[in-house]
Design a protein around this ligand. Structure first.
Ligand SMILES: Cc1ncc(C[n+]2csc(CCOP(=O)(O)OP(=O)(O)O)c2C)c(N)n1
Ligand code: SF4
Ligand SMILES: [Mg+2]
Length: 294
């Protein structure tokens, strides 16, 4: 459903980690001075996916797990828009997994914020693909979206934030949106966003999070090194956060081949939304098309 630009009061439980994301998105947009009418947020299905209702921007509630397909479509229709997809770990890592994997390789300059709470909050606490062993009878090991993102050989932006660290999250979102606005490709941010009602992990996560940028050898342009650092951090029982992959910007004066989908398909950044759709402007092409029909 397409929303108007008016927001409504939040329906989230008090203390839900998603409030941290809402506040960080607002701060980042305000700081970058991005006009609300030039922004679209595509929400997934789940508590987290309702975030666009609480922001004064253009918003769409996508089908479950299909938010990335819609967000990429919007970006290609009008590459000048700032496009954000936001949803849960059930939405992105279960029903939406196929779209998640392909978003890296498609590499449209959109931001995907995935709110990770290890559970299906909206449907009352079933195990998400990220759930630890034993949660609600879960017998499968949890899926790791960051490792999957790092394994893709595409120059995307990859990061993990924590709702308990609003300043850190805002900084990451600023970088991610800037990356998109420069047409450098897909930005993925997994936010650790506790579900205080069905899986309150705030205390445990606060004790375990470790910003990789504080460690020796940290270089987000070096995928191999970060992969190793990430695995070593997990082995020590910590949860890595921070920017995990950020390809270096082109050297001044250099003109690299564009990597993002929209710049490859629409080098002048003018999408079909700018096309003249009036009858007069299309009459000749229509007549030509008719001649091809027997
Ligand atoms: C096609 C389809 N299958 C199942 C559902 C039921 N359903 C609604 S939300 C949801 C999962 C939500 O979990 P998550 O994406 O993690 O969001 P959260 O509520 O935790 O933020 C499911 C399975 C649905 N709405 N549509
Ligand atoms: S059920 Fe959980 S995820 Fe949903 S609003 Fe409440 S705290 Fe947030
Ligand atoms: Mg969830």
């Amino acid at each position: 459903m397409v929303q108007s630009a008016k927001s409504i009061p939040s329906t989230w439980c008090p203390g839900c980690g998603d409030f941290g994301v809402l506040a960080a998105v607002k701060k980042a947009m305000a700081e970058l001075k991005i006009p609300t009418h030039e922004t679209v947020l595509v929400g997934g299905i789940g508590c987290s996916g309702g975030i666009h209702n609480f922001l004064e921007i253009n918003g769409i509630h996508a089908l479950h797990g299909r938010l990335l397909a819609q967000a990429v479509g919007i970006k290609l229709a009008n590459p000048k828009l700032t496009v954000i997809a936001a949803g849960g770990d059930g939405d992105g890592y279960a029903i939406g997994m196929g779209h998640f994997m392909h978003a890296f390789k498609k590499n449209a300059s959109i931001l995907y914020i995935l709110m990770m709470n290890e559970t299906y909050g909206l449907t009352k606490g079933q195990a998400a693909p990220t759930a630890p062993l034993g949660y609600e009878g879960n017998i499968e090991r949890p899926f790791d979206g960051i490792l999957t993102a790092l394994s893709q050989q595409v120059p995307n932006f990859v990061a993990r934030s924590f709702s308990g660290d609003p300043k850190g999250m805002t900084k990451i979102l600023l970088e991610a949106i800037q990356f998109n606005r420069e047409g450098r490709g897909f930005a993925f941010v997994e936010d650790l966003s506790p579900c205080v009602t069905y899986n309150d992990t705030y205390k445990a996560w606060r004790e375990k999070v470790l910003d990789l940028s504080t460690l020796p050898g940290y270089d987000p342009a070096d995928r191999k090194a970060i992969f190793r650092l990430y695995l070593e951090t997990i082995e020590k029982g910590r949860i890595p956060i921070g920017v995990m992959h950020r390809p270096p910007a082109a050297d001044a004066g250099a003109a690299p081949a564009p990597e993002s989908l929209e710049l490859k398909l629409l080098p002048d950044r003018t999408g079909p939304v700018a096309a003249e759709i009036g009858v007069a402007a299309n009459q000749a092409a229509y007549q030509k098309l008719l001649q091809t029909v027997a």
